[in-house]
Design a protein around this ligand. Structure first.
Ligand code: HEM
Length: 336
């Protein structure tokens, strides 16, 4: 009987000692909880502790983090405010551009084409701009798929197609980030001297830019284009810096840093896209004669006079003017 009692006492003392050792071994910052207790619901359990770290023998100890409550904050910001702000910015800009088209209409070359052309962009400038454009379109579509694809695309195309598309999208997104970043650096180096603020910019804004009745003087780029330039350069720098933090996980920052980087990247990229909707509109249907500069590098003299009078005068003084070559069909003489 005595032996039985002392055996029980020994078991109780050992159990208590073990329990004390376990409490002492709980990492700083984490509270001791009993995850199997019935009263503890999952939510309570996850909210009670700053970090739920298990024990594991994996070489990568980061894999032993089972639950990180900050992750729920990140998920909320990602799923709710980010989608709302980004969606509203892009759809809002599309609505503005459509409104512009129907109310103001495209900005025409007022006095008609002159038939004389001026070189506006060299071959290297156009090449860089096209690299940026092609990369941007694929980056934007694959990025939109990351943010909205699960909600908008998955229900339509089904899980298999969505998984394949997302896998290819992810590869394209990662690899095209490099030429895109290089093209933004090149854009900065090529055009920064033309995009520094000048007193003409205030006048340009006060007169309503190219949309008003008058055409305020402007050099190679007007104040509106300078704004786009800085969105492209500063937005591009932010997107690239945060993107590379994510592309090389744990090299630069821990999990919380990566969550912040992801939110900054996604938000800036969505606002960037909204700005680009406006830029693409102005570069195509919004302003007659502008796209030619991007396509073959030349613009009509009347266009240059109307939109960039300071640049036009300087270039004329340098002799940058030629007669527009006749289109190929005009050279073909009909047979008698
Ligand atoms: C389909 C897509 C695009 C079109 C049609 C387009 C069109 C144009 C045109 C016509 C110009 C010359 C305007 C002028 O001669 O005054 C221009 C300039 C410029 N583009 Fe684009 N672009 C596109 C995409 C992009 C992208 C993706 C970027 C950068 C990420 C970009 C950055 C710029 C910059 C910085 C300028 C000089 C400043 C300005 O005109 O706003 N463009 N673009």
């Amino acid at each position: 009987m005595g032996t039985l009692l002392s055996r029980h006492i020994r078991i109780i003392v050992s159990a208590l000692t073990l329990a004390c050792m376990m409490v002492a071994a709980v990492p700083a910052g984490a509270q001791h909880i009993n995850p199997t207790a019935e009263a503890v619901k999952e939510d309570q359990l996850l909210n009670q502790t700053n970090r739920l770290v298990g024990e594991c023998t994996l070489p990568d100890q980061k894999a032993c983090t089972l639950e990180q409550p900050r992750g729920r904050d990140w998920r909320y910001w990602y799923q709710v405010p980010l989608r709302l702000i980004g969606g509203l910015a892009i759809l809002g800009m599309i609505a503005v551009v459509i409104g512009f088209y129907f109310i103001r209409g495209p900005v025409r070359i007022e006095h008609g084409r002159s038939g004389r052309i001026m070189v506006r962009f060299g071959a290297f400038e156009r090449f860089v701009h096209w690299v940026a454009t092609v990369c941007f379109i694929i980056l934007a579509l694959s990025g939109l798929n990351l943010t909205f694809g699960k909600v908008l695309l998955l229900p339509i195309i089904g899980p298999d197609a969505f998984a394949a598309l997302s896998r290819w999208g992810k590869h394209a997104h990662n690899y095209l980030s490099f030429p895109f970043t290089l093209s933004v650096i090149a854009i900065f180096l090529m055009w920064v001297r033309w995009n520094l603020p000048s007193r003409l910019d205030i006048q340009w804004f006060l007169q309503g830019g190219g949309f008003g009745k008058q055409h305020p003087p402007a050099d190679l780029f007007n104040a509106g284009q300078k704004s786009i330039f800085w969105v492209v350069v500063l937005g591009g720098a932010l997107v690239a810096a945060n993107g590379y933090v994510l592309m090389f996980p744990f090299w630069i920052t821990g999990i919380v840093g990566m969550q912040v980087a992801q939110l900054v990247l996604a938000l800036v990229a969505l606002l960037y896209m909204a700005a680009m909707v406006f830029h693409v509109y102005m570069g195509t249907v919004g302003e007659e004669g502008a796209f030619e500069g991007m396509w073959d590098g030349t613009v009509d003299e009347e266009w240059a006079k109307q939109h960039h009078s300071v640049w036009h005068e300087r270039e004329i003084a340098k002799g940058n003017i030629a007669v527009q070559p006749a289109p190929p069909e005009a050279k073909i003489q009909p047979a008698e």
